[in-house]
Design a protein around this ligand. Structure first.
Ligand SMILES: [Zn+2]
Length: 241
């Protein structure tokens, strides 16, 4: 059996409104409920496209009413250089990796506080740039009610020490033979061909796309050797591509 989740990254008041509306329109056409990575206090100038003063009110309200799942996407989406390894290693920069417990706690709690002000109660953590470390996980476990991380490369969700991991392995629509796969889209930078591909793929595969709630409705197993081997294999395939 195979199913898919869709995750939209970098929602904030400065997002590219027109492109986000186009993605929303396609998802609504197929009744798909994505996970949205919402930046609480965006300071990343590479994400300054428009300024939508109704973002926290009408846009967020509409998404919540439509049962989209709004996740905590870091705090300000600002990276600092770090030599410490992240759990999912892509870059030598991060908003969290390398920071001490108190600093990470401050950022995460401030982020949650801002989302709470706008009636968002995030259940999922999504680190900017996939960059976070064991301390980030400890802070989430000890200081917040977030129990799910959207990241990693296994073929299915799993648990580690009471935290749920819903892997996010793909950035392009493609058919997979089995497992649970999260496609991560960046609406801000999508091009005409990306919208067309998305629509076409969903036209053929929308029945296999599930929501976050459906994904976690079964009891998750603890991460085991199969997950570890699969993650290693997928990373090797990615590196050799
Ligand atoms: Zn991001």
């Amino acid at each position: 059996m195979v199913n898919y989740l869709i995750r939209l990254d970098d929602a904030c008041p400065q997002m590219h409104l027109e492109k986000w509306e186009r993605v929303e329109c396609i998802l609504n056409k197929y009744s798909i409920k994505p996970i949205v990575a919402v930046i609480p206090d965006n300071k990343d100038e590479t994400l300054f496209f428009n300024y939508n003063e109704n973002f926290w009110t009408s846009t967020i309200n509409r998404w919540q009413k439509n049962n989209w799942n709004l996740a905590l996407h870091g705090y300000q989406h600002l990276y600092h250089p770090t030599s410490k390894k992240s759990i999912v290693q892509f870059k030598n920069k991060s908003e969290f990796t390398g920071d001490d417990y108190q600093t990470q706690k401050d950022k995460i709690l401030k982020g949650i506080e801002i989302l709470n002000e706008y009636s968002i109660n995030p259940k999922i953590f999504i680190a900017p740039g996939h960059a976070f470390d064991e301390i980030t996980i400890e802070v989430l476990k000890n200081e917040t009610s977030i129990k799910v991380v959207s990241d990693g490369f296994s073929f299915r969700p799993y648990k580690i020490n009471g935290m749920c991991w819903v892997p996010q392995q793909l950035w392009n629509f493609r058919k997979m033979p089995f497992g649970t796969w999260t496609f991560c889209l960046h609406p801000n930078t999508m091009l005409e061909q990306d919208f067309l591909k998305m629509d076409k793929w969903l036209q053929n595969n929308n029945s296999k796309v599930i929501s976050f709630e459906q994904c976690l409705s079964t009891n998750l197993q603890n991460k085991n050797l199969n997950d570890i081997l699969f993650e290693k294999m997928l990373l090797i395939i990615r590196k050799t591509k």
